[in-house]
Design a protein around this ligand. Structure first.
Ligand SMILES: *[C@@H]1O[C@H](CO)[C@@H](O)[C@H](O)[C@H]1NC(C)=O
Ligand SMILES: *[C@@H]1O[C@H](CO)[C@@H](O)[C@H](O)[C@H]1NC(C)=O
Ligand SMILES: *[C@@H]1O[C@H](CO)[C@@H](O)[C@H](O)[C@H]1NC(C)=O
Ligand SMILES: *[C@@H]1O[C@H](CO)[C@@H](O)[C@H](O)[C@H]1NC(C)=O
Ligand SMILES: *[C@@H]1O[C@H](CO)[C@@H](O)[C@H](O)[C@H]1NC(C)=O
Ligand SMILES: *[C@@H]1O[C@H](CO)[C@@H](O)[C@H](O)[C@H]1NC(C)=O
Ligand SMILES: *[C@@H]1O[C@H](CO)[C@@H](O)[C@H](O)[C@H]1NC(C)=O
Ligand SMILES: *[C@@H]1O[C@H](CO)[C@@H](O)[C@H](O)[C@H]1NC(C)=O
Ligand SMILES: *[C@@H]1O[C@H](CO)[C@@H](O)[C@H](O)[C@H]1NC(C)=O
Ligand SMILES: [Zn+2]
Length: 338
């Protein structure tokens, strides 16, 4: 996962307990200060930069924070790519007509798993939720909101859960849980990956069992190698868990019930199950897929764990659908090189 930030913290924590003690806290006024360097206009730097007279472009900020130059340049390239594409009005069109993404994407926060880049997808294609370990936890109001808005309001046709080999969140779940009692931030990460840890501890998949048995009762476990079969298998099982949690979520159950009623001519849909953006539009079947991305090759593979409403027949394999849509949208994609 995060090669620079995330992994070392989790790695260190796994090897030795306790890993470190936190420094004594400073008073809030000593922790952060607004950066006004280079800003000689006192009306700037107060956060009111949204009006056209007072706008601060990223390229100007980048002259003060050189690390941001790459973002400014990338944004410039993106705008040029759109302007030079066969659909130069893409951004205005999406603003005027609203977004109608066909896909809802649930992926990992890992910087190597950027969905717009991986699928060469332009703005408007993917409604997205990303978190550590691409999890759909049934109590996560954030993910539930994204699912609900994506399906009910935007009318996505496909929900894609995509894990990735080499996921740091999954790897951390295979290591002994460190004692994070005195460290709220690491404690949050450990709590968040707990469901993956449960899958690791309970799975009967042979590759995972092998890894588990080889490391049973060890206080220190080596970080799993990228190609470790148990690591890869847990990445896949974790995707299936999220797919399953989406399937059994009240929101999807409600949607599919309404869809089936609609197809059976029962007119069972209510205003709450119809898409709010177009209350007369028929409900779509909505399919849920489990994919895995290989960060070392760029390939996306299908775990063949696709689900849809009872009775509906999908018209094409989902990856073909993704490919077709990407091809159709390709005219407008931007290249962001960070
Ligand atoms: C602000 O003033 C300083 C010193 O007068 C000058 O070096 C700097 O370039 C100015 N910054 C901007 C953004 O004008
Ligand atoms: C600028 O922002 C500050 C803080 O949010 C606010 O108090 C002030 O009224 C704003 N000024 C203008 C001109 O909008
Ligand atoms: C500071 O910026 C504001 C907004 O752009 C502008 O109206 C004002 O004249 C500027 N003041 C100075 C001293 O440059
Ligand atoms: C930054 O971008 C704005 C908007 O495109 C442009 O007007 C300005 O000249 C640029 N500034 C620099 C320092 O390149
Ligand atoms: C189109 O692309 C060319 C070269 O890639 C670039 O120089 C030019 O600025 C772009 N046009 C626009 C409108 O961004
Ligand atoms: C975890 O750390 C806390 C605080 O350092 C300590 O009180 C507690 O006993 C530790 N728990 C275990 C299981 O080692
Ligand atoms: C998985 O294992 C953990 C720890 O052994 C346990 O607390 C949890 O209830 C188990 N979950 C399932 C779904 O079996
Ligand atoms: C691990 O610990 C449990 C409980 O103490 C024990 O039953 C088991 O045999 C141990 N496994 C190994 C591989 O040492
Ligand atoms: C369902 O609603 C449609 C359109 O309002 C209507 O034409 C159709 O007869 C209804 N079907 C049933 C079974 O009520
Ligand atoms: Zn990850």
């Amino acid at each position: 996962m995060f090669t620079k930030l995330f992994v070392p913290v989790l790695l260190v924590s796994s090897a030795v307990i306790p890993a470190f003690s936190l420094p004594a806290p400073l008073s809030p006024s000593r922790i952060f200060v607004r950066d006004n360097q280079g800003d000689n206009n006192s009306t700037q730097g107060n956060g009111n930069c949204s009006t056209s007279q007072n706008v601060v472009y990223l390229n100007d900020t980048a002259s003060r924070f050189p690390d941001l130059v790459y973002l400014a340049a990338g944004n410039q390239d993106f705008r040029s790519a759109v302007a030079n594409s066969s659909n130069p009005n893409l951004l205005q069109d999406l603003t005027t007509n609203g977004q109608h993404p066909e896909y809802l994407f649930l992926g990992c926060s890992d910087s190597r798993v950027s969905e717009g880049t991986i699928f060469s997808a332009p703005p408007g294609a993917l409604f997205t939720q990303r978190n550590i370990g691409n999890q759909f936890q049934p109590v996560d109001n954030n993910a539930i909101s994204v699912l609900s808005y994506g399906v009910q309001s935007l009318g996505v046709g496909h929900i894609i859960v995509m894990g990735h080999y080499g996921c740091g969140g999954v790897a951390a779940a295979m290591l002994p849980r460190p004692n994070t009692t005195d460290d709220p931030s690491r404690s949050s990460v450990q709590s968040w990956i707990n469901p993956i840890r449960y899958t690791y501890l309970n799975s009967s998949r042979p590759e995972i069992v092998s890894f588990r048995e080889a490391n049973e009762n060890k206080t220190s476990v080596d970080y799993p190698k990228f190609d470790d079969p148990g690591f890869r298998a847990l990445v896949e099982e974790n995707v299936k868990d999220s797919v399953f949690n989406i399937l059994i979520s009240p929101m999807m159950q409600q949607h599919w019930n309404a869809y089936i009623a609609q197809e059976q001519g029962q007119n069972g849909t209510t205003s709450s199950t119809r898409r709010s953006s177009d209350s007369s539009a028929p409900l779509k079947p909505v399919y849920v897929h489990g994919f895995v991305y290989d960060i070392s090759t760029g390939y996306v593979t299908d775990l063949k764990t696709s689900f849809g409403p009872y009775g509906a027949v999908s018209q094409a394999p989902p990856q073909d659908a993704v490919k077709r849509a990407v091809a159709a949208d390709q005219h407008a994609h931007g290249h962001v090189h960070l």
